[in-house]
Design a protein around this ligand. Sequence first.
Ligand SMILES: Nc1ncnc2c1ncn2[C@@H]1O[C@H](COP(=O)(O)OP(=O)(O)OP(=O)(O)O)[C@@H](O)[C@H]1O
Ligand SMILES: [Mg+2]
Length: 404
Amino acid sequence: MSVQVLIGTGDPALAAQLRTQIAELADIHVVGVEADSDSVLGMVGSHDELDIVLLDDDLGPNSGLHLVREIAMRRPHVAAVLLNDQLDEEVLARALEAGARGVLGRTPSLDELSSRLLAVAEWSRGVRRWLGTSDVGGPEVGGRRGRILAVAGAKGGTGTTTIAVQLALAGVRAGSSVCLVDMDLQTGDVGTYLDLVHRRSIADLVSVSNEITGAMLADVLFVHEAGPHVLLAPQEGEKAEDVTSSAARQIMGVLRSRYDIVIVDCGAFMTEGSVTAIEAADRAIITVTPDLPCLRAAKRLGQLWKRLRVRKQEDIAVVLTRQSRKDEIQPDFAARILGMTPLKTTVPPAFRALEKAINNGAPLRVDHDGFRRAMSQLGAELGILPATAIQPRGAPKRAKAEAT
Ligand SMILES: Nc1ncnc2c1ncn2[C@@H]1O[C@H](COP(=O)(O)OP(=O)(O)OP(=O)(O)O)[C@@H](O)[C@H]1O
Ligand SMILES: [Mg+2]
């Protein structure tokens, strides 16, 4: 279905110019022009298929920003784009703060108009799809319960974020609704790995954690074009402390009720938020590189979780990352040091492919078959992705021997 746009301006010349430009764009359709803020709100409330409102900042009697806020509250999936000739940082910041999806000059080029409208339409459709599958109310009681997977690092730099991001992408590819949460509250970099910039974070949900609605989530979450919805860590590390265990518990509960899979990047430093996520999770994994210091750190972390009654030892999964057959430490030996059995799936080293994917802002394109296969197998072994044939360790070798 074509993208439906409403124009809000009291300037007939501007309305005519925008209508003419949009008429040239395939699949984008102007549903009307309204000349005052009350009529715009009336149209937003009554037109169910509306995707975008192009709003003249000079529209009266209520200001453009006021209107943007009202639209965001009443129809969270409708994308408001403000038209203002003063395209400076302050205007942009005010507009985004109010909930606008962008700002355009009053006389945009056709290219600018087209690319902005298509980008925000995609966002709007993503939010609509999501809201369409769930209530715009509080958390469901006894309703759908998704699975929470917490991913924590035995030490920093062990591939925790890489695994959380890649499993989230694999979950979407498998047809699940996925929310990726950056609970590495002080140093979280999920946004960087997914090449996204977003001002809202989990900290914005803390003060309303007792009454989180669909509209609030839609406002705070980022809908990534590849499919996962992303709840970022706060940009200011000091806000990490705001995420108390009771707030984190509420947030996890709401997310679990709305998504098939919730993947939480807990980082390597335990905070109230990350500990609560680990406690609430159906599965918790510790990422470990095959070296003694890291294996010992994983063992200590497992014991800490046990002492804090966060998780029983037998209820913790350890995944060996950057593990290759050439390594001195192989899974059986790792198991002896850890006192826990690592998962069957190990993640192979894929330095160049991952570096390229991150540097190109293309997390989906990890050009390494072994790594991609490991992600599917890991997801299946953890029960969050459809089961694929999980090969027991050493099986490929035997299969090859049999074939020859
Ligand atoms: N399987 C892998 N093979 C090669 N490099 C990897 C692998 N997994 C992750 N890396 C690289 O290791 C670095 C750290 O990865 P990542 O950020 O995922 O780890 P982390 O545990 O989240 O780190 P931090 O403690 O900083 O949050 C990155 O450069 C990433 O590309
Ligand atoms: Mg990380």
